[in-house]
Design a protein around this ligand. Structure first.
Ligand code: TRP
Length: 333
């Protein structure tokens, strides 16, 4: 009799254990382990503070949304070290290995990724001018395999801020990489604005970071202020720009907060943590099965004032009180 009870109890225990394991949490997306791990390639043209912020904020937000690297997604992050050939090699590798999603940070990376595949979804992040850069034809209905987020800033709004801080600018230096289509589009707006407001634009273009010092030096003595858009090449060499212009006492107005942190005087720019999170939301939608072409490009349209008071002091500029009040972030060391 005892034996029968024992056998019965063990059978019950077995049934309980089996049903418990059946209730165990499933992989995200109802997957069953390894085979369902999605491969996500992240390609970044270069490592500068703004692009790193975007990438980190995006990966953090993806985890919040249930896509955890090393768990249900496998992220392969590659930095092209500001080299077009590297960009191509990286994107080809992502395509040849049949990755499920390519996330391209900044315009040069996005152009390279979109050039390698019409099948794999390409999600771009922080591309200033997605249409002008040939990434999509229509922001609302991208249609193909490419969509993403844009950090388009307004040359006009940045110049209006510039004139509130340092009135009387007549000659403005334009410092940028002429092969970055993201910069060319903003510089065209700057030229148009200058034309309408009786200002002259003096260009100093570069093709890589090693040319930045000479280019900025070439503007010394010729301009009242310098403008640099969200240019990946200039952003990577911002400390050098700060060094030259602080000494020459020239205000530098830039396209992004990180360029202010690295010594530019001011910007009217977007929040890149928010932009990274927005990119993650779109990535999650694609990983959940939505077609990239059906997702409209997300433009970040909230701009805020960022100031660098160390630079202001170094060049002998007093920031007006109303501009100070408006700033969301003031870098003072
Ligand atoms: N908007 C840039 C592009 O289209 C990328 C970018 C984002 C950037 N944040 C920046 C460039 C800050 C310079 C500085 O490629």
């Amino acid at each position: 009799m005892k034996k029968v009870v024992m056998v019965f109890l063990s059978a019950c225990l077995l049934v309980m254990l089996l049903s418990l394991s059946a209730c165990a949490p499933q992989e995200n997306g109802g997957g069953n382990g390894e085979t369902d791990v999605k491969k996500v390639g992240i390609v970044q043209i270069v490592e500068h503070p703004s692009l790193n912020t975007i990438r980190e904020s995006m990966i953090d937000e993806l985890a919040v949304l249930g896509f955890v690297d090393g768990d249900n997604i496998a992220i392969d992050y590659q930095n092209a070290q500001d080299d077009q050939t590297n960009l191509k090699t990286i994107c080809q590798k992502f395509v040849n290995h049949g990755y499920d999603l390519i996330i391209a940070i900044a315009t040069p990376s996005a152009q390279a990724a979109a050039g390698e595949t019409t099948e794999i979804p390409v999600l771009f992040s922080a591309c200033t001018d997605p249409v002008g850069s040939g990434l999509v034809d229509n922001l609302e209905k991208p249609g193909k395999n490419v969509t993403g987020t844009s950090d388009a800033v307004s040359a006009e709004q940045i110049m209006e801020l510039a004139l509130r801080i340092t009135p009387g600018i007549k000659k403005i230096g334009a410092l940028y990489n002429s092969s970055e289509t993201n910069s060319v589009s903003v510089i065209n707006d700057l030229k148009e604005y200058a034309g309408r407001n009786g200002m002259t634009v003096i260009e100093a273009t570069v093709t890589n970071t090693s040319e930045v010092q000479q280019a900025v030096q070439s503007l010394v003595g010729k301009v009242d202020a310098i403008f640099s858009p969200t240019d990946n090449t200039v952003a990577s060499a911002m400390p050098v720009v700060a060094q030259v212009t602080r000494k020459a006492k020239i205000p530098v107005y830039v396209g992004a907060d990180s360029m202010v942190q690295d010594g530019g005087l001011a910007t009217y720019g977007v929040n890149y943590v928010t932009l990274g999170q927005e990119t993650a939301r779109m990535a999650a939608d694609i990983l959940n099965g939505k077609k990239a072409g059906d997702i409209p490009v997300r433009m970040i349209t909230e701009f805020e004032v960022y100031l660098n008071l160390v630079t202001a002091e170094a060049i002998g500029v007093t920031i007006p009180g109303d501009v100070l009040d408006e700033a969301v972030e003031v870098f003072d060391k």
